[in-house]
Design a protein. Structure first.
Length: 280
């Protein structure tokens, strides 16, 4: 019997994503005196997705190789009080250069590079960075997939992070995605609506501005991290996906790891996030 593959979508699409999050006020520790602060972040991506009809690797699995090309802008704004030498903002502007193998809405293989500048307010040559995300899935059964995922970032204290994980379709409605650093337990309420409990690690590494008041952290690299746990809902209709979540920011940290100085929040804070994605 001859197997007839379903026709593939070989047209180029435009993709967009945007998100905004707010983290409530928490006290700081790690310096002299008292201080506290809240945080806001926003991220926007725009580009194209171009299928690669000539790439036949993994053919027969019903998937499609594609290139994702575009721009990515992310910004963190901080409202600090107290005498802590922390940046008021951190931001990055990067290109999106990704090779993906997708089976339906699932990603089977991904290599995602984001070359660009990571800075406070002033763009300089030493603010250049190129984090790379990589991952691959190995289906074991129709309900269980082993995965290996990681990230390389030369600015970070630990340039390579990640490890093994898995995706387990417990039943037709409950899915456990145990892939660091963002595990998620998803309940499929309907074709359009999913509810989930998730962990999230936001932030990155950035080059700060020059500071005459404190030479040790002048023109330095700071790694900002925000560890979160949240409950959320995702609603999909046509080309659009809308997402809303709320939860707790367990800890935020500004780590000047090259000069052995760090500042953290002394306790959790509430946070909320809205996001939208679309592809035409």
């Amino acid at each position: 019997m001859t197997t007839i593959e379903p026709p593939r979508d070989l047209s180029t699409h435009v993709f967009f994503s945007g998100e905004s999050a707010y983290v409530g006020e928490a006290d700081y520790e790690g310096g002299v005196g008292k201080g506290s602060g809240s945080a806001w972040s926003g991220r926007f991506q725009l580009g194209i997705v171009r299928p690669l009809s000539g790439l036949r690797l993994l053919d027969g699995n019903g998937g499609q190789w594609q290139l994702r090309l575009g721009m990515d802008y992310e910004r963190f704004e901080f409202n600090h009080t107290g005498a802590f030498p922390l940046p008021a903002s951190l931001q990055r502007i990067a290109a999106v250069l990704a090779l993906e193998y997708r089976i339906g809405r699932q990603v089977g293989v991904i290599i995602d590079a984001r070359p660009g500048v990571h800075f406070e307010n002033r763009i300089a040559s030493n603010a250049w960075n190129c984090p790379v995300l990589f991952g691959i899935g190995f289906p074991v059964t129709d309900r269980f997939t082993l995965a290996l995922a990681g990230r390389f970032d030369a600015m970070e204290e630990n340039p390579i992070v990640g490890g093994p994980g898995f995706i387990w379709k417990i039943n037709d409605r409950l899915i456990l995605t145990a892939i660091p650093p963002e595990p998620r337990l998803t309940w499929v309420a309907s074709e359009d609506l999913t509810l989930w409990l998730s962990g999230e690690l936001a932030g990155g590494a950035f080059r700060t501005d020059k500071r005459a008041s404190d030479p040790r952290i002048s023109d330095a690299v700071v790694s900002y991290s925000d560890k979160r746990v949240s409950l959320g809902a995702t609603w999909t209709r046509g080309s659009w996906t809308l997402e809303a979540s709320a939860g707790v920011s367990i800890e935020r940290e500004w780590d000047y790891h090259r000069v052995d100085r760090s500042y953290t929040t002394d306790g959790p804070a509430p946070f909320a996030k809205l996001a939208a994605r679309a592809q035409w």
